[in-house]
Ligand binder design. Structure first.
Ligand code: NCD
Length: 383
């Protein structure tokens, strides 16, 4: 038999012994193999026909999922909050609620994802998010592999997509990716068979952070439509701000964005927010004040504000909190710069600060996301 491999081993062009025509075999993971004649004797045309068919099958996100359960989120990746509609967000939050209870048990382990392999691929420093995904995966019984990408072959000139292809060949179920380049998770999702979760791509998006923030808010307030939420600080460089604006406004909350002029992106007017440079005006009637970290690592070659001056104008303390609604809550995705973005005592004040709750909700949200995406991959229908 004469055969020729084209792309990532999923597609094969070959000739049967007694046939004049090229045959194609396409086998994508979890899908039935497709075997058929390309109907041509010429290899070049046979390759084109097979490639066309292959690329139509590769659009995983468009593949229909068997809808036996009440599963509303039917995709196998989670890379952008832009892709989520209100119902899907509500479904993910609802699924996470069962894990909040589970995480309070004495024995915090089940076998929902036993035998599944999850990779943490962090190309940027992270303790909180990486650990949160690790705890989530392990509590569901999955095997989690932490790849210290900073020390890996990425430094030996191997391209990012090559590294992904190598890991893809180990048949992982989920790749969790944090990387400084915007849009990289989406690119990776189009090149691997595993589900991809964006754990932060540059200043672009951080979907699970916004989902965990929404879950934290939901645990305190029943109805998002009655809420006004302030997001304050370095909006320009913050993927957390961007994902939160999208998620919280889709849930019906009103958003005020507050920050120094130079840290307010130009395209804010395309988002459903009101923009302020003054904390007093921006915090008026807000139920939640979400503070952001100054993203020093993304502010290169520009002048950093003096920390004391910044705190005086934009740092949240008890005084400024009075501009918001009585009993308003404070949030911060961490890591915090105490005394710069937020007063240390206020950050630790459990009557006002939801910061520790955000961490707990993070594990529940990530458990729900891993569970939903892996189930969706299992249910991908064959053509
Ligand atoms: C955020 C991030 O990395 O985008 N942190 C996090 O996920 N724990 C916020 C930040 O670093 O400022």
């Amino acid at each position: 038999m004469n055969s020729k491999f084209l792309k990532s081993g999923h597609i094969k062009i070959y000739k049967r012994e007694n046939s004049k025509f090229w045959q194609m075999k396409i086998k994508l993971p979890k899908l039935k193999a497709i075997r058929s004649s390309t109907g041509t004797k010429i290899l070049k045309y046979a390759e084109n026909i097979a490639l066309k068919k292959f690329s139509s099958l590769k659009k995983y996100n468009e593949i229909k999922i068997k809808n036996k359960s009440k599963n509303i989120y039917k995709k196998i990746h989670l890379v952008e909050t832009e892709d989520l509609n209100k119902k899907e967000i509500e479904f993910i939050l609802q699924e996470a609620i069962k894990f909040i209870k589970f995480n309070k048990k004495r024995i915090k382990k089940n076998n929902l994802l036993e035998g599944r392999t999850v990779f943490n691929l962090f190309f940027e420093d992270s303790t909180r998010t990486r650990t949160s995904f690790e705890v989530a995966a392990k509590r569901l019984g999955a095997d989690l592999i932490n790849v210290a990408v900073k020390d890996s072959s990425i430094n030996k000139g191997e391209t990012l997509l090559d590294t992904m292809t190598t890991i893809n060949s180990m048949n992982p179920d989920v790749l969790i990716v944090r990387h400084p380049e915007e849009g990289i998770s989406k690119k990776i999702s189009m090149n691997v068979d595993a589900s991809v979760i964006n754990a932060g791509d540059g200043s672009h998006e951080h979907p699970t952070q916004a989902l965990l923030d929404a879950l934290t808010i939901k645990s305190r307030f029943k109805n998002f439509t009655k809420l006004k939420i302030a997001i304050c600080g370095d909006i320009l460089h913050s993927r957390v701000a961007r994902s939160n604006i999208i998620i919280l406004s889709k849930l019906g909350a009103k958003i005020n964005v507050i920050g120094p002029k130079e840290w307010l992106p130009q395209n804010l007017n395309k988002l459903p927010v009101k923009v302020f440079t003054d904390m007093k005006k921006g915090l008026k009637n807000c139920n939640i004040v979400m503070m952001l970290r100054i993203q020093k690592e993304r502010i290169v070659g520009k002048i950093m504000p003096n920390e004391k001056t910044y705190f005086k104008k934009y740092g949240l303390d008890y005084n400024k909190l009075q501009y918001a609604k009585k009993n308003a809550f404070v949030m911060h995705p961490g890591p915090m710069n105490r005394g710069v973005e937020i007063d240390s005592e206020l950050a630790d004040d459990v009557t006002r600060s939801l910061i520790q709750e955000q961490v707990a909700m993070g594990v529940a949200i990530r458990m729900a996301c891993l569970d939903i995406l892996i189930k969706n991959r299992d249910n991908v229908l064959s053509y």
